[in-house]
Design a protein around this ligand. Structure first.
Ligand code: XMP
Length: 513
């Protein structure tokens, strides 16, 4: 089935992915494309609408990203946002200049509720602004549909042509009625019906995978994380026992995690597939003996994973397809747009080199994380797996400061399980981006009963974040912290002190190593 499509042309704005996600929240399929995409290719995609993103440049700078104004001859509705709005004004004969007063952050904007973009929006509404240039003269045919005291053209439109532009960012949460505006654009203005639903994605993808794979043999590295779990289940529904999932237990997983993964994907679980659990714990502990440098630990853990996987792959022999749990932000970030950032944390990057296979399949390639979760639920994967917080590939190896030993792994596993239990009991788990316990390599003096102790300090970390690039330390209720701390020192042997990490990122990172 071919879905209705809206495309986001990326001019380097930091919210390009967010715009696509918001459009998809309207049940309309949306892809981010570079602004350099040739007009013919855009036409061939037959998009129902085009959105120009923001960007850091000034349109009057000759080096700024531009497109030809022929795009407006396609008869496709266009929404320009921030830089995109200025580009629209500039290309169609308006004027853009440096604003006498820049606007940043929450701004009260007065809108014209009779404009198709603003139907049902409050006349005075709070929007998110971030600009130093502004449209000082609108092109012919347009009229101004919103303004602020210092921005005469906060929005403009030419409804007959279906061209709309906003200086503010409707896609960010701070624009209180932004979703209403985007919905008006994609549904009412572009005329999309909203056919992008996860149940039809699941059905369609399983059918496509069946056709593509035929009788082929498929191999998947299963980590127990959301992406690889959902990819594995999709494949299992499509080709059953032709799929082999290899799960490497490196002994650096959270408490009971290995068994939990096995319970779902192993022979007693609900899915039809071949499951191989490799208990490589001792191998990893031996390799990590005496190693204290964080980067060296990461390298050892990564290299060992590749080695273990290679051994398993050799036992299985040549396969036709290797499954990867790549998701859409990875695709965008590996260089599609202007705002390319290459991922530094790559878990399975080395796999294709050591497996004998014909083709890679990436069934989640076009999905955002929240969509992957919806697919997971649709497939009946248990909630605790679907909503699992991110867990680094090197696992507890980078949550144990200094040398990793089996004994220290037990300590941090127990402390972490207690902390997670208390956070969940208090009902604050859904509000946190990530939360865990780490083991410092510091020992200090304490007293227990009548005895002096000299034991380790556990540190608890909980952060609020949406993108994991920046984060704030969460202000956890004191009750939760003190209950967790009490339980940890009482129940976990070898710990006599619990600390809470109040640092944001930057300057700290989320993980301790
Ligand atoms: P930092 O510590 O860099 O973490 O603030 C940001 C996010 O990335 C995760 N993380 C990793 N994930 N391999 C991974 O797969 C790694 O080596 C790694 N290091 C950090 C971290 O848990 C957080 O979600």
């Amino acid at each position: 089935m071919k879905n209705e499509l809206v495309i986001v042309l990326d001019f380097g704005g930091q919210y390009n992915q967010l715009i696509a996600r918001r459009v998809r929240e309207c049940n309309v399929y949306c892809e981010v494309k570079p602004y350099t995409m040739p007009l013919e290719e855009i036409k061939a995609l037959s998009p129902k609408g085009i959105i120009f993103t923001g960007g850091p440049n000034s349109v009057y700078d000759p080096a700024s990203p531009r497109i030809g104004k022929e795009i407006f001859d396609l008869g496709i509705p266009v929404l320009g946002i921030c830089y995109g709005s200025q580009l629209m004004a500039y290309l169609l004969g308006g004027k853009v200049e440096t604003a006498p007063v820049s606007e940043y952050g929450h701004t009260e904007v007065e809108v014209d509720p009779s404009d198709p973009l603003f139907v049902g929006v409050n006349e005075k509404t709070v929007c998110w602004m971030s600009h130093t240039d502004y449209i000082s003269q609108i092109p012919e045919g347009f009229h101004v549909t919103a303004h602020t005291p210092v921005c005469p053209v906060a929005a403009m439109s030419y409804p007959e042509k279906k061209w709309y532009a906003t200086q503010f960012h409707p896609e960010v949460m701070h624009t209180v009625e932004g979703m209403k505006m985007l919905r008006h654009f994609v549904i009412d203005i572009c005329g999309c019906k909203g056919d992008w639903k996860m149940d039809s994605f699941v059905e369609g993808t399983i059918a496509q995978l069946k056709e593509k794979i035929g009788n082929g043999k498929v191999l998947c590295a299963l980590s127990g994380g959301v992406d690889s779990s959902v990819a594995a289940v999709l494949l299992s529904k499509a080709v059953g026992k032709q799929l082999t999932c290899v799960f490497v237990d490196h002994g650096l997983l959270r408490k009971n995690e290995g068994d939990e993964v096995e319970a779902v994907f192993g022979p007693n679980g609900p899915y039809e597939l071949q499951f191989v659990r490799v208990n490589a714990q001792q191998r990893y502990y031996e390799k990590l003996e005496g190693v204290t440098d964080p980067e060296q630990k990461r390298k050892i853990i990564g290299a060992e994973f590749i080695r273990v996987f290679e051994e398993e792959a050799k036992k299985i022999g040549a396969v036709d397809f290797l499954v990867q749990g790549t998701i859409y932000p990875d695709v965008i970030e590996s260089g599609l747009g202007q705002s390319a950032v290459i991922k530094s944390h790559h878990n399975v990057g080395g796999l294709p080199d050591v497996v004998d296979f014909k083709e890679i399949v990436e069934p989640l390639r076009m999905l955002f994380k929240d969509e992957v979760r919806k697919v997971g639920l649709e497939l009946g994967i248990p909630d605790y797996l679907v909503y699992r917080q991110p867990f680094p590939g090197p696992g507890l190896g980078i949550r144990i400061i200094g040398e990793v030993t089996e004994e220290k792994v037990k300590i941090v596993q127990e402390a972490d399980a207690i902390f997670r239990e208390e956070v969940a009991k208090a009902g604050v788990d859904k509000t946190l981006g990530q939360y865990f316990a780490a083991l410092t390599n510091m020992r200090s003096v304490g007293v227990m009963g009548d005895f002096r102790t000299y034991d380790y300090a556990i540190v608890l970390r909980a952060v609020l974040t949406s993108d994991f690039m920046t984060a704030d330390a969460a202000q956890l209720p004191w009750d939760v912290l003190s209950k967790a701390a009490n339980r940890i020192v009482n129940e976990v042997k070898g710990v006599n002190r619990v600390l809470y990490d109040c640092t944001g990122k930057p300057p700290a990172t989320i993980e301790w190593e």
